[in-house]
Ligand binder design. Structure first.
Ligand code: AMP
Length: 277
C-alpha cells in the first residue's frame, strides 16, 4: 500500500494507475476507522479496480466550540486497517498541504447545504465542500464513495460535483449499524455506558416516525411525537425533519422523502436518517 502525503505523490499514484488502465474509487475519511468506513472501502473495491483512501481531520469543518481537538486520531492503526482491507494508496496530507500559505478559496453553497445541520453548525458545509473539492481534484479518481449516514453531506457533495463539473462519479453507500440499530460513528466512542444504552432510540424513533408517515399520518403530528419520544428518552434534539430526498427542500411526496435527525446525548451529538420509500 502506498502512503502519500503530498498532492504531487498522489497524482503520481493516479498516473501509474491510468498507465495501466486501472480505475480508482476515492474513500475520504477523517480516520478513527470503524466498520462503516470499511464498508466504503469494500464498496470502492467492488466498483473500481483500486480503492484510494484519504485520512485527514479537516479543521475547516469544525466550529470554534466543536470537537476538533478531541477528535480521535490514530494514524498508524488506521493505516494498518486500510492495508488489511486491500486499499491501494492512502493520502495523509498535513493541514498545510491542503490549506497552503496564502490560501484564499472557499466553496460556499446554498441548496441542500441550507437548513438542518447548517442551522446548528454554520461552518460545516463550506468546510466539507471546500475540502472535498480539493481532495477530489487532487486525486482525480474515476469515482468517490460517501456514506448515507451523513445524508445531507452526501447531497451537498453531489450538488457541488455537478455544479463544478468535477469529473468524478459520486456514489452513496448504505449506513452500517450496530445490531441494536445505532449507526456506527467515530463519535460513539464519546458515549458513557448509560448514554450508549439510550443511543439506539434515535434510529428506533426514525423508524417509528417513518411507519406513521407511510401509513398516512399528518407529517407535523408524526414529527412532534417523534421529538417528544427523543426528549423523554434523554436526548436534546437539534432537529427531526422530513425532507425531499434529493433536494432536501420541503417534503412533496412521502415515497421520495428522507427523514433526518440530530440529537445530543450529554456532550455527544448523534445524527441519523432513513429513507421514507
Ligand atoms: P468521517 O470519517 O466521519 O468523515 O466519515 C468518512 C466517511 O464514512 C463518510 O462518507 C461517512 O458518511 C462514512 N460513514 C461514517 N459512518 C458510517 C456508517 N455508519 N456507515 C456507512 N458509512 C459511514
Amino acid at each position: 500500500m502506498h502512503v502519500v502525503r503530498t498532492v504531487q505523490e498522489l497524482r503520481a499514484v493516479q498516473a501509474e494507475l491510468r498507465n495501466h488502465k486501472r480505475t480508482s474509487c476515492l474513500v475520504p475519511t477523517m480516520g478513527a476507522l470503524h466498520t462503516g468506513h470499511l464498508s466504503l472501502v469494500t464498496y470502492a473495491r467492488e466498483h473500481a479496480d483500486e480503492a484510494i483512501a484519504t485520512l485527514f481531520v479537516n479543521p475547516t469543518q469544525f466550529g470554534p466550540n466543536e470537537d476538533l481537538d478531541r477528535y480521535p486520531r490514530q494514524e498508524a492503526k488506521d493505516l494498518a486497517t486500510f492495508e488489511d482491507n486491500g486499499v491501494h494508496a492512502v493520502f495523509v496530507p498535513t493541514v498545510q498541504e491542503i490549506y497552503g500559505p496564502g490560501d484564499a478559496t472557499t466553496v460556499s453553497m446554498a441548496g441542500p447545504a441550507l437548513g438542518l445541520e447548517a442551522d446548528h453548525r454554520p461552518h460545516f458545509f463550506s468546510g466539507v465542500a471546500t475540502v472535498v473539492s480539493r481532495l477530489l481534484l487532487a486525486a482525480l479518481s474515476d469515482m468517490a464513495v460517501f456514506g448515507e449516514k451523513d445524508y445531507q453531506q452526501l447531497q451537498v457533495i453531489r450538488r457541488m460535483v455537478a455544479d463544478l463539473n468535477i469529473p468524478t462519479i459520486i456514489h452513496g453507500a448504505p449506513t452500517v449499524r450496530e445490531p441494536d440499530g445505532l449507526a456506527l460513528s467515530s463519535r460513539n466512542a464519546y458515549l458513557s455506558a448509560d448514554e450508549r444504552a439510550i443511543a439506539p432510540m434515535l434510529h428506533a424513533t426514525l423508524q417509528r416516525v417513518r411507519e406513521r408517515l407511510q401509513s398516512g399520518e399528518d407529517v407535523d403530528r408524526a414529527l412532534t411525537e417523534g421529538l417528544e419520544r427523543l426528549t423523554s428518552a434523554g436526548f436534546k434534539p437539534d432537529y427531526l425533519s422530513a425532507r425531499d430526498g434529493e433536494t432536501l427542500g420541503p417534503l412533496k411526496q412521502v415515497a421520495r422523502g428522507r427523514l433526518l435527525a440530530a440529537a445530543w446525548l450529554g456532550t455527544t451529538r448523534l445524527i441519523d436518517n432513513v429513507a421514507l420509500a
